[in-house]
Design a protein around this ligand. Structure first.
Ligand code: ADP
Ligand code: MG
Length: 259
């Protein structure tokens, strides 16, 4: 079966995209799925957080976008996480400008991933905090978007822009693209406002809100400095357990979709 491709996107920074991407990848690997993580952020946090040194990579997603390497050539193994990584580093920031003059500039990633579509069950794309050409390449490649968000006062406001972008890409560039779901992250049920915003989200978006809630958990924040997904770093932690639960929820949803 061809892989299911998901963008982890939110144009805000620091909302938990990379943490979600790395831990969902490791969680899916733990439940037996074949996973490729694509780092589309020049910061390379998902690369480093998977235990892959972005400074020593021979080829990255940048080379794949510019067609100087294939996915098969550029990917590396995140040994401990149990998944493959198409890494990124600062070089990727230049792609934004270089892509402008090129053919199929929005579809470069999609075309490159086609070749690997039977090798993975899930491809997860960690997007940069912007609605840029890089993010557009992600959205044009994907079947769906997973939006991590904190249940804070301005959360819904930022969501409108992202939902509109998804609609536009769906209408003009990629008929497959859907909003798969909103993932509540860094959640603290003791904070009344968070519970209120969470309720608002459910009222507004219904079953587009994932059942799994990711709690605020310091072990998830500590894990990247060890080059490990939190799921691997401390499997007993509340954060790790929530991400494994989320991985199972994704597998269930996809199974239901296929059935
Ligand atoms: P983004 O990729 O959207 O910029 P990150 O995943 O890098 O966001 O997360 C931003 C910061 O919040 C990081 O320092 C990360 O370790 C921390 N963080 C993310 N999720 C959690 C969580 N569930 N609990 C505690 N800290 C978290
Ligand atoms: Mg990030």
């Amino acid at each position: 079966m061809a892989s299911r491709i998901f963008c982890i996107a939110n144009q805000k920074g620091g909302v938990g995209k990379t943490t979600s991407c790395v831990n969902l990848a490791a969680g899916l690997a733990q439940v037996g799925q074949r996973v490729l993580l694509v780092d589309l952020d020049p910061q390379g946090n998902a690369t480093m957080g998977s235990g892959v040194d972005k400074r020593t990579l021979e080829s990255t997603v940048y080379d794949v976008l510019l067609e100087t390497a294939t996915v098969a050539e550029a990917r590396v193994r995140a040994e401990k996480g149990g998944y493959d990584v198409l890494g990124a580093n600062r070089e990727l920031a230049g792609a934004e400008v270089e892509l402008v003059g090129l053919e199929h500039r929005n579809e470069r990633l999609r075309r490159a991933l086609k070749v690997a579509e039977n090798e993975y069950d899930f491809v997860l794309i960690d997007c940069p905090p912007s609605l840029s050409m890089l993010t557009l390449n992600g959205l044009c490649s994907a079947h769906g978007v997973i939006v991590p968000m904190q249940c804070e006062y301005f959360a819904l406001e930022g969501l409108t822009d992202l939902v509109n972008t998804i609609k536009q890409v769906h209408a003009n560039l990629n008929r497959d693209l859907q909003l798969i779901g909103l993932l509540r992250v860094m959640f603290d049920p003791r904070i009344t406002l968070q519970t209120q915003v969470s309720d608002q989200l459910k009222a507004h978006f219904g079953d587009k809100v994932f059942n799994t809630v990711i709690p605020r958990n310091v072990r998830l924040a500590e894990a990247p400095s060890y080059g490990l997904p939190g799921v691997v770093f401390d499997p007993a932690s509340k954060g790790a357990q929530a991400f494994v639960e989320f991985a199972k929820e994704m597998v269930r949803r996809e199974g239901q979709r296929a059935a």
